[in-house]
Design a binder for this molecule. Structure first.
Ligand code: CDP
Ligand code: CDP
Length: 223
């Protein structure tokens, strides 16, 4: 039995954070917290309620009407917004762009970071996002910063769409990823940044299994 631990996984879109975090939680038998889903939920709420997500004041006001709950089901982590399961509704580029915008607002970050810290109190967790190693879990047992080339990340997203029966434009996906990278790493509050004590892993030429194995080996050495 391992002692309580926390693994912080950060990195840009398509680096492999959620696939790797999910598999790590599965093998290590601990909780997985997808913080991106929480920012996506705020973005989704704005779009579905006709709230202008570019208007910080309006989004801040909407926060009090918004109740988020994360649960772990057999089919993976589910996210509920005011009791409605929106897990599948938040997985599109429109919501991703809205998430990236609302994630620049201090009030949104403050509310979500508080929830994330409460959820990870006194239990072993794998948490992924953009500011986990720098802000949410500054004392994490292990911090990983995943990267991959823009071309590879766009290809990965492209394959996901093709599997769903859609045929997006690869060039457009690349542009959207670059825009989100820029917005996430240039915002004033908690920008996407490698924590000083994080280990950087370039996943461009690595499989998910290889990365998971490397991270578990690193964790074992820390515990
Ligand atoms: O969470 P994040 O946006 O960082 O990435 P992801 O959703 O975990 O991964 C994006 C896609 O890339 C998924 O379909 C993964 O299966 C795939 N992937 C891969 O093929 N090889 C890797 N080394 C990492 C991810
Ligand atoms: O899966 P992907 O990497 O494309 O994105 P995500 O992890 O679902 O996050 C969506 C957006 O939420 C990101 O582009 C960030 O702007 C924001 N986010 C954040 O600011 N901080 C986090 N801890 C997680 C996500």
């Amino acid at each position: 039995m391992m002692s309580t631990f926390s693994i912080a996984i950060d990195g840009p879109a398509g680096a492999g954070k959620s696939s790797i975090a999910k598999e790590l939680a599965n093998q290590l038998q601990c909780i997985y917290i997808d913080t991106g889903a929480m920012y996506r939920s705020v973005g989704y709420y704005c779009i579905s309620q006709g709230i202008d997500y570019a208007n910080e004041e309006q989004v801040e006001q909407a926060l009090s009407e918004l109740h988020l709950k994360l649960t772990l089901e057999e089919e993976g982590q589910q996210i509920f917004l005011n009791e409605k399961n929106i897990s599948l509704l938040i997985r599109n580029n429109q919501v991703a762009a809205a998430a990236s915008k609302v994630a620049t607002y201090a009030a949104v970050r403050k509310a979500l970071v508080k929830m994330q810290q409460e959820m990870s109190k006194s239990t072993s967790v794998v948490m992924d996002g953009r500011d986990i190693g720098t802000v949410v879990l500054p004392h994490a047992t292990l911090k990983i910063f995943l990267t991959a080339s823009v071309e590879e990340r766009a290809q990965r997203r492209y394959k996901e769409y093709v599997q769903k029966g859609e045929k997006p434009c690869l060039e457009t996906l690349k542009v959207e990823i670059k825009e989100r990278d820029y917005q996430d790493s240039h915002r004033k509050i908690s920008p996407l940044k490698k924590a000083e004590d994080a280990i950087e892993v370039d996943t461009t030429y690595m499989t998910i299994d290889e990365i998971v194995k490397q991270i578990i080996d690193l964790l074992k050495r820390r515990l």
